[in-house]
Design a protein around this ligand. Structure first.
Ligand code: PEP
Length: 256
């Protein structure tokens, strides 16, 4: 049976492009995607903070604008940090949280990610919580436990919204990010089903039915359709290929 979740494809530009280059990329992507869509698919771009002003104008009415992180604090003496309220005021609809590069290079934990999810939801924004196992954890066969811990720690506590517009999960096996290695469609769907089962057992049937789970890790125009065909795969989080106009448009359109 087809699920009722609206497919979602998000690009993550990471620390690439200057603002004007980003504006031109978005300006060229929008009409190609708009003309190609024949059923409802949501899409968006997580851009560097310096780009949000320009990109808010380019994407308005077409796509979601996102940041790649946000502070776990509301405000105060946190030099270099940007709050969820600031992101919202800059036109952002969502932010990535707990991306593996934040975990790896900045020591971020799932507990901190959980606080960031709260801050974003307090602003009415969508949190895209990234989880995934390392190569070592996959090879040891431990990945289910790793993922369950990330889910427990990031999604704990009362009052978290599990509405489809407030929380999205992204399964991104660390060994597949930026490496050219991709999980097979079977591997991806197996983990997505595990995550949905976790939602069902820990947060109930409504949450399990509503929350979208994206796959991320070397998604490109050639493998997207197969990866997105899994019944528990609701879309993709795309790094490298989201900087290429035609490739990203094709990935979004393959979610139709
Ligand atoms: C990512 O950064 O979230 C990602 C999945 O990157 P890539 O598509 O380049 O593997």
């Amino acid at each position: 049976m087809m699920n009722k979740r609206t497919p979602l494809v998000l690009g993550n530009w990471k620390m690439n492009t200057l603002p004007e280059e980003g504006r031109l990329l978005a300006r060229q992507m929008v009409p190609i995607i708009k003309d190609g869509l024949h059923r409802r698919v949501e899409w968006g771009l997580a851009v560097p903070l310096t780009h949000t002003g320009l990109l808010a104008t380019e994407l308005r009415g077409h796509a979601l604008l996102g940041a790649q992180d946000c502070s776990m604090h509301e405000r105060g003496a946190y030099t270099g940090e940007v709050s969820a309220a600031m992101l919202s005021a800059s036109g952002c609809d969502f932010a990535l949280v707990g991306h593996s590069e934040r975990r790896q290079y900045h020591g971020e934990t799932s507990i901190q990610a959980g606080l960031k999810i709260r801050r974003l939801q307090e602003q009415g924004m969508m949190a895209v919580y990234c989880v995934g196992e390392s190569l070592e954890q996959r090879q040891s066969g431990d990945y289910a436990t790793v993922l369950q811990t990330q889910l427990h720690e990031g999604l704990q506590g009362e009052g978290l919204s599990l509405d489809s517009s407030a929380l999205v999960l992204a399964y991104e096996p660390v060994w597949a990010i930026g490496t050219g290695l991709t999980a097979s469609p079977e591997q991806a769907n197996e983990v997505h089903a595990l995550i949905r089962d976790w939602l069902l057992r820990n947060r109930g049937p409504e949450a399990a039915a509503a929350v979208r789970i994206l796959y991320g890790g070397s998604v490109n125009a050639s493998n997207a359709a197969d990866l997105l065909a899994g019944p528990d795969v609701d879309g993709a989080l795309v790094g490298g290929a989201s900087l290429q106009i035609r490739a990203f448009a094709d990935i979004v359109l393959s979610a139709c």
